[in-house]
Design a protein around this ligand. Structure first.
Ligand SMILES: [Zn+2]
Length: 252
């Protein structure tokens, strides 16, 4: 029994065969998934899928790369969508200083809006962080973000410790299965069992075994297997603890 805590099955090409994608995941024991929104359209699509499927939930957010596009009107729409009963998280939001498609100060302001919404609705934050470690963590703390996950964690162990100390979660993708990802595997090795969740971030980041193919929630198994291998803990235990963590974090 596994939970994919971060997928984009509303994106192409997965959206061409939603039912097939969901059925294959269920066959592999993926009993719940969070379909993550990145803008108004993908958020609406996520909620639509969640409404029609048991065990599927949605999140509402604007990706930091598009922060510069946000208008007051758009924010009102996102806010309204966020109260839907199948919306269990706010995001993905955060800071992306690697690509910096939106100016830093704009990304920061939009992140703060998401934090306020998360606190208002008591729904946790899904954080996208790239090359903005310290600033991202500082903004979360200063603005009283109570529950947050650093999704697709890709920073080093020194920063990971700060995230765990602050009480936030880290979530790992198929990147941990890549031959060169030694540093990330050492973060996994050190990660407290109660601070970890798993995700595919599909359709991106296929695990090594399926590299070159479109990633999908059924491949989450590879991430859990790799964590079990790294930590030298039985697979069943990793499945159980990551599922429990996700159920508590998202309230699902
Ligand atoms: Zn994502």
């Amino acid at each position: 029994m596994l939970i994919d805590t971060h997928c984009h099955i509303q994106f192409k090409p997965l959206s061409n065969d939603i039912e097939g994608v969901i059925n294959r995941a269920k066959k592999e024991g993926v009993k719940k998934m969070i379909v993550v929104g990145c803008d108004i359209k993908s958020t609406q699509e996520a909620i639509e899928i969640a409404k029609n499927h048991e065990g599927i939930f949605a999140s509402v957010g604007l990706h930091p790369q598009d922060a510069r596009k946000l208008t007051g009107e758009m924010w009102q729409i996102l806010k309204k969508l966020a109260s839907h009963e199948k919306v269990v998280a706010i995001g993905e939001t955060g800071l992306d200083y690697f690509k910096e498609y939106s100016p830093k100060n704009v990304q920061i302001n939009v992140l703060k809006q998401h934090i306020a919404l998360s606190n208002e609705l008591n729904k946790p934050l899904i954080i996208h962080n790239r090359d903005a470690d310290e600033e991202c963590l500082e903004i979360l703390r200063e603005n009283g973000a109570s529950n947050a996950v650093f999704h697709c964690f890709g920073s080093d162990a020194i920063f990971a410790r700060k995230v765990w100390m602050a009480g936030y979660m880290t979530s790992f993708t198929g990147i941990i299965t890549y031959p060169k990802a030694h540093n990330l595997r050492s973060v996994v090795e050190e990660c407290p069992l109660d601070a970890m969740m798993i995700e595919t971030d599909c359709p991106y980041l296929s695990p090594q075994k399926f590299r070159g193919k479109t990633n999908e929630p059924s491949y989450i198994l590879e991430v859990a297997l790799e964590i079990a291998r790294i930590k030298n803990v039985p697979f069943s235990e990793i499945a159980e603890i990551t599922t429990k963590n996700a159920e508590e974090f998202f309230g699902i």
